[in-house]
Ligand binder design. Structure first.
Ligand code: CAA
Length: 261
């Protein structure tokens, strides 16, 4: 499925901004939106003129207020299973894109919205943002990998506390827990995210990609296997011209000119 209705994408200066665009439903994720998000994310990852991806929500109130409850209410059991599989697949794709992904959390990040933010590499929150996994209010549990990613991000006990209670966290609480990485003024959110993206773009692209893969895959392994994976990712960096350029530039006291190879 193409994107352009429920999910918009603008590319400028090496940065793709993907916007979930259902503001009347606080950007809730229905099946079409999940499919559009998958298409947009894969297109951004494949595009030569994109180096970093930012995901945000339309309007000033909500990042994503979760899966679409109106659509979910009428799903039969196996359709519910298909929806969780779709959400998990799309968020797994986002988590594993080669390019870095920044969540610009501009408001409610609840349920599937919190799960989407957690599938991104970095979460920058507006001071008005709210995070939570309120699914138990609806008779379900987080189904787009929230039970897994929240526990990995903030720890098992805290993840259970927030999932069992459905408690809605402020941006400050999310920052203290390590769920948000930085809080900024709402009106500055996208500019700050673009600045972070530009900083990342100025680094050696293969090194950034290998760092992402090493952290992501390593966390799913025991320490010795993760360390061994890191050694291989490090060795891959040694095969690049950018590695020679970066080290030469340092020694020659000049700015490195990275080409991504
Ligand atoms: N699905 C569908 N529609 C939603 C929605 C959702 N998740 N969240 C909000 N909306 C809709 C509302 O129904 C409302 O529509 P109408 O104007 O047509 O009535 C509109 O968005 C505005 O919402 P509110 O009037 O409720 O706005 P508010 O400011 O009073 O409250 C809110 C905001 C606290 C975010 C509240 O909307 C809310 O609690 N939303 C649901 C949050 C939630 O439970 N998310 C988890 C969904 S389940 C899930 O995500 C499962 C999973 O892991 C895959």
């Amino acid at each position: 499925m193409a994107y352009g209705e429920n999910v918009l994408m603008e590319i400028d200066d090496g940065i793709a901004v993907i916007t979930i665009n259902r503001p009347k439903a606080l950007n809730a994720l229905n099946i079409d939106t999940l499919n559009e998000l998958k298409s947009a994310a894969l297109a951004a990852d494949a595009a030569k003129n994109v180096k970093v991806i930012i995901i945000t929500g339309a309007g000033s109130k909500s990042f994503v207020a979760g899966a679409d409850i109106a659509q979910m209410r009428d799903l039969k059991v196996l359709e519910g299973r298909q929806m969780t599989m779709l959400g998990q697949t799309v968020f797994g794709i986002i988590d594993n894109l080669d390019k870095p992904v920044i969540a610009a959390v501009n408001g409610f990040a609840l349920g599937g919205g919190c799960e989407l933010a957690m599938a991104c590499d970095i979460r920058i929150a507006a001071e008005t943002a709210k995070f939570g996994q309120p699914e138990v209010n609806l008779g379900i549990i987080p189904g787009f990998a929230g039970t897994q990613r929240l526990a990995r991000l903030i720890g098992k006990g805290r993840a259970k506390y927030y999932i069992f209670t459905g408690y809605m966290m402020t941006a400050t609480e999310a920052l203290e827990l390590g769920l948000a990485d930085k809080i900024v003024k709402a009106e500055e959110l996208l500019d700050v995210c673009r600045d972070i993206a530009k900083t990342i773009i100025s680094k050696a692209p293969v090194a950034v990609m290998m760092a992402k893969k090493s952290v992501n895959h390593g966390l799913d392994m025991d320490l010795a296997s993760g360390v061994a994976y890191e050694a291989e990712a490090y060795t891959t960096c040694f095969t690049t011209g950018d590695r020679v350029e970066g080290m030469s530039a340092f020694l020659e006291k000049r700015k490195a000119n990275f080409i991504g190879e």
